[in-house]
Design a binder for this molecule. Sequence first.
Ligand code: NAD
Length: 261
Amino acid sequence: MALTGKNAIVTGSTSGIGLAIAHVLAGQGCNIMLNGMGDKAVIDGIVAELPKTYDIKTAYNGADMSKAADIRALVADCEKTFGSVDILVNNAGIQFTASVEEFPEDKWDAIIAINLSASFHATKAALPGMRKRDFGRIVNIASVHGLVASAHKAAYVAAKHGIVGLTKVVALEAAEANITCNAICPGWVHTPLVQKQIEDKAKEQNISVEKATADLLGEKQPNKRFIKPENIGALIAFLCDENGNAMTGEIITIDGGWTAE
Ligand code: NAD
């Protein structure tokens, strides 16, 4: 239990990758401040389940990650509730696809706010406490789209490239403290965010969801298998324990070979 007694915020942990990260960190003894949108009963269920399964503490803060004041309050809530923010996983994210000419301005603004600016606000708020305690692990969930592009994803690709840059700056600024900042760049992970893209593809091309799934994987991800969200959680657990102390400013792909081509 390498992370016993540590306190983590995982943004966007009511679903998909964030929820899996919360499980893996909790399994290593870490208390978890959950965050994210969704059905209240589902969220209450997650808040209740984790402490029973892993003998840790959880709390939930419904901060809207598009709002700077909410994000600052989320960090303050974790410090007040658990005593510190030792681990910050900036994971919340959304997607919208359209050509640049047709991309709605409000979708651009929302994706930049949630997928990029939220990490800046959370990091800015968490760093002073991390410096005071001389310990911090910041992990940004970027994407292969932080390194390469796909058509129809202007805002997402811009935000994810931005978060790769932010990761490197934070790593440099915190390098002499015991604080690391890294980014993880996953390829396709089967979550609600991707399921919507599969269903849109099936509808547009008038093909089955099974065929759309196989095509989606076949086009970009050489191993043709979805990445398991718990594998991303395990990578984060590694970065957060003692073995990860010299890894900072790293941009780590976990992408089934996507960016090798
Ligand atoms: P998901 O839709 O399953 O989960 C997204 C989470 O973010 C949810 O908990 C949701 O409630 C939360 N969220 C969205 N808007 C929010 C807001 N305004 N305030 C607070 N929470 C908000 O998606 P996912 O696939 O698990 O994505 C998680 C992260 O992983 C995202 O940053 C995404 O870009 C990244 N990612 C996903 C994939 C993939 O293939 N699924 C690949 C690479 C990177």
